[in-house]
Design a protein around this ligand. Structure first.
Ligand code: AP5
Length: 214
């Protein structure tokens, strides 16, 4: 069984993925994390992706689709969570094809985290992330105990470049143009589930947990 977790930027995909991983044996792919790690480590992929990610634009499908194939091949016997992938119709089609070709777990549900735009803006502009372990904070909702220092690992807590206001605008536009059409795509396949993404992280997780395999 595999799950797609999708929604607009800031809807809580990363936060909910972490809770899903804490309570199941599933394996997680976040293309956003993958790009950020590559950028931090200055790998060839990072060099290729950086200008897109920093500006809030989608990395081209030709780059992203190949990366996901590698992940699926490596984890074909596991139950998978796809976070932030697919993000375009061609990516969704490629994912289906790759899962079939590789013999990986088919997609059981595509969970759409629904959050109004005003809340997205508040969440994104206040988000802070640990440079070392990726833990996610928010300046007012869930700040680290010590300013700028990660509670989990003591790493530096920083603001992502793409959480600057101009990049947030670009990301929301890219979402509307390229990712929102996935709702229809998954509806037509009978896989779409809308999850109310408002409320505490725990209450959102309660709405997701019936779809998890333990
Ligand atoms: P990615 O990292 O996937 O960014 P995103 O989709 O914009 O999602 P975010 O990470 O911003 O938000 P999230 O939904 O995970 O929310 P979070 O849990 O952090 O991608 C980054 C970039 O990489 C893209 O712009 C693109 O350039 C590239 N990329 C990635 N995948 C790609 C692909 N498939 N194709 C092409 N390009 C790709 O929560 C946000 C904040 O809200 C946090 O501060 C959190 O504490 C807070 N929060 C969470 N839940 C709640 C709650 N219930 N109540 C209050 N606050 C909450």
């Amino acid at each position: 069984m595999s799950l797609v977790l999708f929604g607009p930027p800031g809807a809580g995909k990363g936060t909910q993925s972490q809770l899903m991983l804490d309570t199941s044996d599933m394996i997680h792919l976040s293309t956003g994390n993958l790009f950020r790690d590559a950028i931090q480590n200055k790998t060839p992929l990072g060099v290729q992706a950086q200008s897109y990610v920093d500006a809030g634009k989608l990395v081209p499908d030709s780059v992203t689709i190949g990366l996901v194939r590698e992940f699926i091949e490596k984890n074909k016997t596991a139950d998978l969570i796809f976070d932030g992938f697919p993000r375009t119709i061609p990516q969704a089609e490629a994912l289906e094809q790759q899962i079939t070709e590789v013999g990986a777990s088919p997609i059981d549900k595509a969970l759409f985290l629904e959050v109004p735009q005003k809340d997205l803006l508040e969440r994104l502009s206040g988000r802070r992330v640990c440079k070392n372990c990726g833990a996610v904070y928010h300046v007012s909702n869930s700040p680290p105990k010590k300013d700028g220092v990660c509670d989990n690992c003591g790493g530096e807590v920083y603001q992502r470049k793409d959480d600057a206001s101009e990049a947030i605008k670009t990301r929301l536009e890219a979402y509307e143009k390229s990712t929102a059409p996935l709702k229809e795509f998954y509806m037509s396949k009978g896989l779409f589930v809308s999850i109310n993404g408002l409320g505490t992280t725990e209450s959102v997780f309660k709405r997701i947990s019936p779809f998890l395999k333990n």
